[in-house]
Design a binder for this molecule. Structure first.
Ligand SMILES: C[S@@+](CC[C@H](N)C(=O)[O-])C[C@H]1O[C@@H](n2cnc3c(N)ncnc32)[C@H](O)[C@@H]1O
Length: 248
């Protein structure tokens, strides 16, 4: 079996990804909580710094206010819920790992913050008609197959208010698309599955989804300038801030 597939479209298994995150939840350590979804198991200080810089860079671009209704897609243990320092209208975190959602619920007790276990393919029914004006998709597109990523994003869009901001942060492939398929990672001590797409491929996906529904790119950039925060050779963290102004 090919475990590193270059420049070819190949599906990964959602069941394997779910099982991977079930095991990650078992490794949760409250002393270094963010390692569970940001990895770098042997470099927890790097995770602290990456989280700090990510929030410092992205948060001011999101216009968080008392009117914010936040949908955190694939929220993990609620790392981004932690980042929301001010009072907001409401927050919903969704993730298909029941184990990570249980951890999120014990960590975050804010009254208007809730967490629910569910698969993103059902995001429309999970939101149940509630709409959101601020959507986080942090580190999730790499776990979605080309065969249904657009349908899933259509579901996300159906949960957006007319005026909405979507923040996508994703590791992009810098040397061409790469799929890891049951690739054994020494760092994670487990098999790992993920699809690293190029910036151009992600933009093509947004053209078929977000842009068709009136979203435009307000900002896109590599996340970290500091070489010390980017310790991967084939991928680099990148972000997109997409906005739709329903009044225009
Ligand atoms: C790299 S982690 C990022 C977690 C969080 N956004 C953060 O930045 O800390 C990816 C998350 O996506 C979730 N996930 C992957 N595929 C999913 C799917 N199809 N439906 C719901 N959650 C999914 C995993 O359980 C995991 O919590």
């Amino acid at each position: 079996m090919e475990t590193r597939i270059k420049n070819k479209v190949a599906d990964i298994s959602y069941d394997d990804t779910k099982e991977f995150f079930r095991k990650r939840a078992g490794k949760y350590d409250p002393q270094k909580p963010y390692c569970v979804t940001m990895y770098q198991d042997n470099h927890s200080e790097l995770v602290v710094e990456r989280n700090r810089r990510e929030v410092e860079i992205l948060y001011p671009q999101l216009g968080i206010s008392p009117q914010s209704r936040v949908l955190d897609i694939a929220c993990g243990i609620g790392r981004w819920a932690d980042a929301i320092s001010e009072e907001i209208d409401r927050y919903l975190g969704v993730d298909f790992s029941e184990e990570l959602i249980d951890i999120a619920k014990t960590r975050c007790k804010r009254p208007n913050f809730s967490f629910v276990a569910g698969n993103l393919k059902d995001i429309g029914s999970i939101c149940n008609g509630e709409k959101y004006n601020t959507v986080f998709m942090i580190g999730i597109l790499m776990y979605l197959n080309d065969s249904d990523i657009c349908d899933i994003l259509e579901g996300v869009i159906s949960c957006c208010e007319e005026n909405a901001t979507v923040c996508i942060r994703e590791p992009v492939a810098v040397e061409g698309r790469l799929t890891l398929n049951h690739f054994y990672s020494e760092e994670l001590q487990d098999d790992y599955n993920a699809i690293y797409r190029s910036n151009g491929e992600l933009t093509a996906i947004f053209e078929r989804t977000f842009f068709k529904h009136g979203f435009t790119v307000k900002k896109q950039a590599y996340l970290f300038e500091e070489p010390t925060l980017n310790n991967r050779k084939e991928t680099s963290q990148y972000y997109y801030i997409l906005t739709r102004n329903g009044n225009v």
